[in-house]
Each structure stands twice: as structure tokens, then as C-alpha cells.
Design a protein around this ligand. Structure first.
Ligand code: B3K
Ligand code: ZN
Length: 874
């Protein structure tokens, strides 16, 4: 396929038109056999309205065997690039299409493909068209029945959506299973799996008494790693009933874990397919953060059953309708189960780091994009994470009760339909009576708004004023910006740290201020002393806040703010200030200076016996280098790295003997996956890092001891990470030991690959190339690639941006190879090469040269074409 034949044309949201035909039912028959699978699709087609337009079906990478209309073979069709056109159809007819597929050759992992020995599918966004010719768009809702036939010994389990309605043995050692999904659904939710698995079984009785069979399918031998996923599924089902009043609707819920998967997981109706990374866990193989990830993703896919499946998207521009909302729901689930503060902190890290970087880069787009070349490129942090922030802001503006009323109205109106983001907001507005007129701009405007706050205090009248100015800088996709409705959550404190009630002329004012205009002033009276304001509490809007805090005020907020998030946030601002100052000093040839105020404030956090260790760990963990680059117009990656190291060392010195004492006190007798213990392990890991910054010699011994004594993967990896990031003498030995133990377990080995990729030393690229030759590494496996290449390109700033351009050249070469193998994964890994706005001119030049080389590649896939061409416009 050449550059020109793969349609590079953009699609626009405003061009949406209702389909010319409807499809009411589809009966699929899969003959799974080597080498080619035969698919027969029998659909009932109905013309929509009165017209003579042909039916244009989508289809890619298919071999067409036959077409019949109402049983009569059809010869008058046109096969185009990606389409099949049928003319002169009757008002209603039955269409039978037979196609042949080659799943084993499908390394793009879209459509029907093989993951190891099993067959599986991935149809979102537009993968169903790689299975049969179809109206592959989410507003076509059809009833599916699926019959699968395969060799019984090799593929004892044959799975699809809905309920199993028939099965039986056939000649030649083959068997079949017939599935029927009672819920009309879009093609992207279709799924099929065939293979041999171990099955973890459970059950759940819904609030109204429906008994649901729960089945988790894992590779043979992995049953001891499926228990936590089952527990998380049951917790998700119960939580959705309790918090959202939503109940499961089929008699069976299946999850299949596969090793080859482009994303985290997929919410296919009744048959979720998961990246095994988000299913498999036991203490020996999984870290605490792996457990958190499983809980989150199991929840996320389960919650899609209502927000996504029962009510789906009219077109792909509306993706955030289901994704933003479902991310919000999974975040609430994790927060209700674990620490709300810590969850908020981690979600905000993602928005402020990578999402803000996306806004500032060539792929900037609103949460509801207006123009798309390759839909897979829009499963972004903006659509997901910022989309969730937009839902959260509505939750803040409406309150839980009205928000839930809005959700109820949304389902009352739209159950069983494919709808738009506007439909959702309208339901929220109608149910609550809250005016969301200006708020809707969050859906159409891209970029990161900036809030600049100044204040004045009049001691004579006890009046305090906050002046708020909002401004959204232009983005590559959108030069003009409008004022938004920004909920600004604040609190005021007096010198003792007591809360000053918000009021004006005898009326209480709520904590959430409605910022609506470009400039606005908020006035408070009866403010007895000049207050310290806590601003943007809980990150009440996805914006950058500018307020001229001095170090003392931030130290004060770290101590007195009533909200866990605000304490962490004050600590971040204090560090950010020190980094900005430190980089300037280094650039002027001076030493980094860290204020006593900062050091004291952090010592107080370490010493605080009341503070939840999980929050302590979050406060003490310094922001990552990539996030810090967001603080600068032109980011000096080498200086940022040096300053961050320096700050860590100064802090370590200030902590002194406290570190070792606390490290010892955090040791736990046995491993349990409970939040209190996870919190202690997290803090212990952070402290070990400071101990290494304080004295590499004695830390080397500690790290070796922790590694040797660990009875769980969290402690093991914490030791390895410290050895790696501080290049301790034990590094090579421990990494080799780990690799030796886990060489055959891809998921666990990914940890090793991440360590290799993030080694902070000039020879890292040689190590990366060596690791690519490891027998367990495969360029066809997205997890391996993300672990090794992702950590090098995104988590090793200094080395990836090496001045000789070697990092850029390496990644570009890999993109050229991956363009053939798996363009979707390539398109995710290319991010650090397209977000170069904040680099110096010399590095920009090197990157542009590599991107130009990539752009001229014969047969460049749509995914990469879209990003590379936009990046070169910068
Ligand atoms: N909906 C899927 C993502 C599909 C990705 C397509 N490239 C997973 C999720 O968000 O739940
Ligand atoms: Zn999702």
C-alpha cells in the first residue's frame, strides 16, 4: 500500500450525516482454520428514508469471496480502497458476504488476530471492517449472533458477546459454539476469542437478584494470578450499584487476558478483552502499582457497560462522551476504595504532565475533536484525562445529588442509543437547573487555560479581594480562544492556620468561585487579617495557576491547608520555584541554592507522625523531569536533571538520620495487598531513594539487603529502581539476577526492560539495543516495546535528548520498522519526537531532520502521517 492509496483525508465533525442504511441484525459465522479464516456475515439491511444512493460498506485487508442479495449472487459491486459499494438495493434485503482473513499475519492487532496460540479481536475504533464489509460506524446498532467453529483440542473455548445459546461437536475433531447478544450494539463492541485457557470462576448477585456468572480466562498455568482481578470485578459491580444505581444486564461477564494488545483493555459487551498486564497479579510478580492498575482498568471496562455500551457515541468525535465519563467513574471508584487524596494527586500529575504537554504540542485538540485523519490517534490524554476533568468540573458545579440526577436523566433519555456530548450536558443541565451555557466551551476549545490571580487586603475595612484573569494561549489547531466557565475552589487561612469563612455583606460564599469572564474580582469582607489563600483546591479545573506565593506562604500551606491535595500542591509549587531558580543559576554558572524554608517544610513533613504515609510519599517524591520541562519556555533538559538531583541531595542532607530511622520503622512482617501497607511500602521506596542521594556507599548495602530480603515485587523493584537511578555499585549484579529469574515471564521482565531503558548513563542506547535482542523481547509485542522504548524515550530525558542526535535517530529508525508491523503502537511511541516545542534550536533541528526522513517514507501509515505532518508544521 502506498502513501497515496491509503486515504490520508481528514474527516470533520461538522460533516456528520445519519447513515443512508440501517442494519438491524447480523449473523456471523467464523470458520477458524489455518491459514485462512472464513467469515460469513448475513445482515438485514434497511434503507433510511427515500433515496437511491448506493450502500457503501467499509472493509480493509479483506479477501472478498462472495456477495449475495436475498440469496442471489451479486455481481454489480465496486471494490474500492477500503470500501465495497452496492447499487440498486431494494428497500430491505438480506445481504450475505463471505470474506477470508489471515489472523496469523495480522501484526497490527486490529480486527481478528492471534495472540500467542489464541484468536482474539480488537474492533474499536474501526477494526470490525477488517473482519467483514460493514457500516463500521458507532451509530449503527444491530443485534449480533455469532457462530464459531474450530478445532476442539486446540481451541476448547469459543467465546463471543452475549449468552451462549448452542454448542456441539462436529466431524474432524471440530466443534462449534453459538452466541446471541440480546443488546443491539455498534460493531466496535463485537468480540471473539478462541483458545485454551485456565478459568477463574466467580459469581455475583445483582441488587435486583440477577445471578451473574463471572469468568476470567488466563493462559494455562496463570490461575494463581487471577484472584485479584476477580475481586476487583466484584467490587466494581457492587460500587456501580451503590454509587451510580447501575446494575449489570447479562447472565455472564467474561474477561480474557491476552499478551498481545495495543491498549489496556477493551469493553466489548459481555466479553472484555484485556492486556494481561491489567489482569495477572500475585505478590511474587506484581507491584502495588500493578495492583492499583488492575483495580482501575477492571473497573473502567466494567463501568463502560453503561457509559459506552448501553449509551454509546453517535460518531467518533464524541469519544469523550464515553471515555471522559468512564475515566471519571473509575477515578471515583478508586478514590472510594483507596485514598481520595492520593488518587487525586496521581490523576493531576497525569494532566499537568503529559496532558498539558499534548495541549502545547502539534496534536492539540479539544476533548471533542473537530478533525481527525486516523481515529486511533485520538485515544488521547486530552479525550480521556482532560475529558474526565470536564466531567469532574460538572460534578463540582452541580454537587453529587444533582450530578446523579443528571446521570439518571441521561439514561432515561438515551438508553439504547448513540448520542453526542451535547446530549449529555443537556441532561445534566435539565436535571440540575445549573446553567452550563458557557461551560460547553470546554468541549470545543483546546489548550490549557491560565489563571493569573492577584489579591489585595484592606486592613481598615477587613476587605479582601481576589482578582482573577483567565487567558488561554493559542494552540496549533486553534488560534482564537474564548473565556471559559472555570470553577475555582479556594479557602482562606489566618496566621494561625484557622479557616476564615468566605462571606460578603452578611452572605456566606461557597468555596467554589465561578470564573466566567476574562477578568473578574471576588470580594470578601470580615476578613480580620491578611489571609493566605489556598487556590485551585483539588485542582478544581484543568488550568495552570499563577499566583505569586513566596516560599513562606507555600510552607505554611504545606502545613495548614485543610485538604490533602492542597498540601501536596503547595509542596510541588515550592519545588517548582526551586527548580526554576536552580536552572537559572546553573545557566549563569552558579551553584543551586535551596532555601531553608523549603528544607524545613520538607523536614516537617517527614517528621509528621499524623500524616498518612501514602500522602507523605507523594509529597516527598519529587516531580519527574518531563513534568518539570513544562515550567519553561525553553527547557534545558540537562540543567533540569542536575537541579532535580541537587535538590534531592540537599533534602537528603536535611533529613539526615531521620531517613534511616523511618526506613527501619516502615518494614512490614508479611506482605498484604491492603492500602495501609501499600502506603508504607511507597514511603519506604521514596526514603530509600533519599538514602542513596545521601550516601551511595551505605545505600548500596541497604539496597542489596532489601533486594535479597524482599518477599514481594514492590520491595524488589523499589531496590532495583534506586540502584538504577543512582547507578549504585550493585546495579549490574542485581539487574542481572532479576533478568535471570524472570527471563521467561514477559510481564515481569517488562520491569527489567524499563530499568534498562531509564538508565541515566551515556551508554544506555547500547544497552537498549542489546535488550532488543533478548529472547523474550519482540517488536510485535506492544508491552515489551512500551517498557523498553517508552522508558528510554519518555523517562530518560537527558539521554534521549543527547546532543549527538543518537536518541532521535534510533527512535526514527524504529518508527520506520514499526510502520509496517504495528502503526498504532508506533504512533503512541513517537510522542517525544513530535513534542519538541520547548527544546533548544539545535535539538529541534535534529528532530526536524529525522521527522522529514520519516515523512518521506513510502507507505507511511495514516497514524504516523497525521502526527509527523502536524509536527513539521510547528
Ligand atoms: N475503549 C478502549 C480503547 C480502544 C482503543 C482503540 N484504539 C479501552 C477503554 O478506553 O476502555
Ligand atoms: Zn474507556
Amino acid at each position: 500500500m502506498t502513501n497515496h492509496s491509503q486515504a490520508m483525508t481528514a474527516k470533520y465533525r461538522q460533516d456528520y450525516q445519519a447513515p443512508l442504511y440501517w442494519i438491524d441484525t447480523i449473523d456471523l459465522d467464523f470458520q477458524l482454520q489455518e491459514p485462512l479464516t472464513q467469515v460469513t456475515a448475513i445482515t438485514r439491511i434497511r434503507r433510511n428514508g427515500d433515496h437511491n444512493e448506493p450502500l457503501v460498506l467499509d472493509g480493509e485487508q479483506l479477501t472478498l469471496k462472495s456477495i449475495a442479495i436475498d440469496g442471489v449472487p451479486c455481481e454489480h459491486y465496486e471494490l474500492g480502497e477500503g470500501s465495497l459499494t452496492l447499487f440498486n438495493l431494494p428497500t430491505e434485503c438480506v445481504l450475505t458476504i463471505v470474506t477470508l482473513l489471515d489472523p496469523a499475519a495480522n501484526s497490527a492487532l486490529e480486527g481478528l488476530y492471534k495472540s500467542g496460540d489464541a484468536y482474539c479481536t480488537q474492533c474499536e475504533a474501526e477494526g470490525f471492517r477488517r473482519i467483514t464489509y460493514y457500516l463500521d460506524r458507532p451509530d449503527i446498532l444491530a443485534r449480533y449472533s455469532t457462530r464459531i467453529t474450530a478445532d476442539k483440542a486446540k481451541y476448547p473455548f469459543l467465546l463471543s458477546n452475549g449468552n451462549k445459546v448452542d454448542s456441539g461437536n462436529l466431524d474432524g475433531g471440530r466443534h462449534f459454539v453459538q452466541w446471541q447478544d440480546p443488546f443491539p450494539k455498534p460493531s466496535y463492541l463485537f468480540a471473539l476469542v478462541a483458545g485454551d485457557f485456565d478459568v477463574e470462576r466467580g459469581s455475583y448477585v445483582t441488587r435486583s437478584g440477577r445471578k451473574v456468572a463471572l469468568e476470567i480466562f488466563v493462559d494455562k498455568g496463570n490461575l494463581d494470578r487471577a484472584g485479584f482481578a476477580m475481586e476487583s470485578l466484584i467490587n466494581s459491580m457492587r460500587w456501580d450499584e451503590q454509587r451510580f444505581g447501575l446494575e449489570y444486564d447479562l447472565d455472564i461477564y467474561m474477561i480474557v487476558a491476552v499478551d498481545f494488545f495495543n491498549m489496556g483493555a477493551m469493553e466489548n459487551k459481555g466479553l472484555n478483552i484485556f492486556n494481561s498486564k491489567f489482569v495477572l497479579a500475585n505478590p511474587a510478580t506484581a507491584t502495588d502499582s500493578d495492583y492499583h492498575g488492575i483495580e482501575r482498568v477492571i473497573g473502567h471496562e466494567y463501568f463502560h457497560n453503561w457509559t459506552g455500551n448501553r449509551v454509546t457515541c453517535r460518531d467518533w468525535f464524541q469519544l469523550s462522551l464515553k471515555e471522559g465519563l468512564t475515566v471519571f467513574r473509575d477515578q471515583e471508584f478508586s478514590s472510594d476504595f483507596g485514598s481520595r487524596g492520593v488518587n487525586r494527586i496521581n490523576n493531576v500529575r497525569t494532566v499537568r504532565g503529559p496532558q498539558f504537554a499534548e495541549d502545547a504540542g502539534p496534536m492539540a485538540h479539544p476533548i471533542r475533536p473537530d478533525v481527525v485523519i486516523e481515529m486511533n490517534n485520538f485515544y488521547t490524554l486530552t479525550v480521556y484525562e482532560k475529558g474526565s476533568e470536564v466531567i469532574r468540573m460538572m460534578h463540582t458545579l452541580l454537587g453529587e445529588e444533582h450530578f446523579q440526577a443528571g446521570i439518571r436523566l441521561y439514561f432515561e433519555r438515551f438508553d439504547g442509543q448513540a448520542v453526542t456530548c451535547d446530549d449529555f450536558v443537556q441532561a445534566m443541565e435539565d436535571a440540575s437547573g445549573v446553567d452550563l451555557g458557557r461551560f460547553r466551551r470546554w468541549y470545543s476549545q483546546s489548550g490549557t487555560p491560565e489563571l493569573t490571580v492577584t489579591d489585595e487586603y484592606d486592613a481598615a475595612s477587613d476587605v479582601y479581594r481576589l482578582h482573577v484573569r483567565q487567558h488561554t494561549p493559542p494552540t496549533q489547531d486553534q488560534p482564537q480562544k474564548l473565556a471559559l466557565h472555570i470553577p475555582l475552589d479556594i479557602e482562606l487561612y489566618d496566621e494561625q492556620g484557622a479557616v476564615i469563612p468566605l462571606q460578603y455583606q452578611g452572605k456566606a460564599i461557597g468555596n467554589v468561585l465561578d470564573v466566567l469572564e476574562t477578568e473578574q474580582t471576588f470580594t470578601f469582607d470580615r476578613v480580620p487579617t491578611k489571609p493566605v489563600p489556598s487556590l485551585l483546591r483539588d485542582f478544581s479545573a484543568p488550568v495552570k495557576l499563577h499566583y505569586d506565593y513566596n516560599d513562606e506562604a507555600l510552607a505554611f500551606l504545606m502545613r495548614f491547608a485543610r485538604n490533602e491535595f492542597a498540601r501536596w500542591d503547595a509542596a510541588q509549587m515550592l519545588i517548582n520555584k526551586a527548580v526554576i531558580d536552580g536552572v537559572a543559576r546553573i545557566q549563569q554558572g552558579q551553584d543551586v541554592a535551596v532555601s531553608a524554608t523549603l528544607l524545613d517544610a520538607f523536614v516537617a513533613i517527614l517528621d509528621d507522625r499524623e500524616l498518612d504515609p501514602a500522602l507523605k510519599a507523594e509529597i516527598l517524591a519529587l516531580p519527574g523531569e518531563a513534568t518539570l520541562t513544562e515550567l519553561f519556555e525553553v527547557a534545558d533538559v540537562d540543567a533540569i536533571h542536575r537541579v532535580r538531583d541537587e535538590i534531592q541531595q540537599r533534602l537528603a542532607q536535611a533529613f539526615g538520620a531521620q531517613l534511616a530511622a523511618q526506613y527501619d520503622s516502615l518494614k512490614l512482617p508479611t506482605y498484604r495487598v491492603v492500602h495501609a501497607d501499600m502506603a508504607k511500602r511507597a514511603l519506604k521506596g521514596v526514603i530509600l531513594g533519599y538514602l542513596a542521594a545521601l550516601d551511595a556507599g551505605s545505600a548500596d548495602l541497604l539496597v542489596r539487603q532489601q533486594y535479597a530480603a524482599a518477599d514481594n515485587m514492590t520491595d524488589t523493584l523499589a531496590a532495583l529502581q534506586v540502584a538504577n537511578s543512582h547507578l549504585l555499585p550493585c546495579r549490574a549484579e542485581l539487574l542481572a539476577d532479576f533478568e535471570g529469574k524472570w527471563a521467561h515471564d514477559g510481564l515481569v521482565l517488562d520491569n527489567w526492560l524499563r530499568l534498562v531503558g531509564s538508565k541515566p548513563a551515556a551508554d544506555v542506547l547500547a544497552d537498549v539495543k542489546l535488550a532488543m535482542a533478548h529472547p523474550t523481547f519482540s517488536i510485535r509485542n506492544p508491552n515489551r516495546l512500551r517498557a523498553l522504548i517508552g522508558s528510554f524515550a519518555m523517562n530518560n530525558q537527558v539521554q534521549f535528548h543527547a546532543r549527538d542526535g543518537s536518541g532521535y535517530r534510533f527512535l526514527t529508525d524504529l518508527m520506520i520498522e514499526l510502520n509496517e508491523v504495528n502503526p498504532q503502537v508506533a504512533s503512541r511511541l513517537i510522542t517525544p519526537l513530535i513534542q519538541f516545542k520547548r527544546l533548544d534550536e539545535e535539538r529541534k533541528g535534529l528532530i526536524r531532520a529525522e521527522l522529514t526522513r520519516l515523512a518521506s517514507l513510502e507507505g507511511l501509515a495514516r497514524d504516523l502521517f497525521e502526527k509527523v505532518s502536524k509536527a513539521l508544521l510547528q
